[in-house]
Design a protein around this ligand. Structure first.
Ligand SMILES: Nc1ncnc2c1ncn2[C@@H]1O[C@H](COP(=O)(O)OP(=O)(O)O)[C@@H](O)[C@H]1O
Ligand SMILES: [Mg+2]
Length: 274
């Protein structure tokens, strides 16, 4: 087999699904927030879920992360059904959502925040703690090295000693990503991570996400910032009124008449209200 053929084989290799959303429906009383939602997030890809306000994005996010139970359907991650799992059980499977300001301990240092996150990850290994002191000491060193590495990766290592509460808005969000990474995700889920950020904070955040995906972490992004979504996504799923109206790579979504119509329609409603 020659080199070209090898390359062709590689391109033809089918993508492995990581997360599968199958026939998900969510009703809030009489309101149908999501009806028959089906999509797949492949291993290693960045998939963005977009759509006008009220489209059902956060609801879908909450279903996947175990904060809401679907009325119908199933979510599977790497072959395991997530139905009925509690949020911490979903996290333990490697699906980790970012935490906003509230989950950061404001009055301890940035470094201690990440170290605490790493300790929480290992808390099931109680025997290590109770029985093996030397081993525990070594592992404490390992954890400290790992915390430093994570802070390096998200670009706030120079803030390690500062109190988390004293960080700028953008840096607090980056600390949120660091805490998520401390939980050892194979898939990271973010709901509007750059909302409220200025352009330079958003650009920094995008570079960090690029680095995270470079480590092989699959990413599901719910986001309003279109330049960011178009710049970072491998594929985009567009929701409107709880249904998928388009799905594809950024270039195809940008020019899709139905997508443009959905957003224009929202603009028209907004203008009518103003
Ligand atoms: N807990 C809830 N109870 C009742 N209705 C809800 C609840 N959460 C969301 N909704 C409704 O479901 C629809 C989808 O909301 P949401 O998922 O937050 O949309 P998005 O995140 O796309 O803006 C909206 O009509 C919203 O009002
Ligand atoms: Mg939302």
């Amino acid at each position: 087999m020659n080199v070209l053929q090898l390359a062709a084989d590689k391109v033809a290799e089918p993508k492995m699904p990581a997360l599968t959303i199958e026939h998900i429906a969510v009703h809030f009383g009489g309101l149908v927030a999501i009806s028959d939602l089906n999509f797949v997030v492949n291993e290693g890809e960045v998939l963005s879920l977009i759509g006008p306000n009220g489209a059902g994005k956060t609801t879908a996010f909450n279903i996947i992360t175990g904060f809401l139970k679907p009325t119908k359907g199933e979510v599977r991650y790497r072959g395991t059904s997530l139905n009925g799992l509690k949020p911490h059980q979903v996290t333990a499977l490697g699906l980790v959502r970012t935490f906003q300001r509230t989950s950061v301990f404001q009055s301890i240092s940035v470094f201690q925040n990440v170290l605490t996150g790493l300790h929480l990850r290992g808390r099931s290994r109680l025997w290590d703690t109770l029985l093996a002191l030397p081993r525990e000491r070594r592992s404490e060193e390992e954890l400290r090295a790992q915390a430093a590495e994570i802070l390096q990766l998200v670009g706030i290592a120079h803030r390690s000693r500062e109190l988390a509460g004293s960080l700028s808005y953008g840096d607090q969000r980056l600390l949120g990503v660091a805490l998520a990474l401390a939980a050892n995700p194979s898939m990271l889920l973010l709901d509007e991570p750059v909302s409220g950020m200025n352009a330079s904070e958003t650009a920094t955040f995008m570079r960090v996400l690029d680095r995270v995906r470079g480590m092989g972490v699959t990413i599901l992004l719910v986001e309003h910032d279109m330049p960011m979504v178009m710049g970072i996504s491998d594929r985009i799923v567009v929701l409107n009124y709880g249904r998928i109206i388009a799905e594809g790579p950024p270039a195809a979504i940008q020019g899709n008449p139905e997508v443009i119509q959905a957003y224009l329609g929202q603009g028209a409603k907004k203008r009518a209200r103003d």
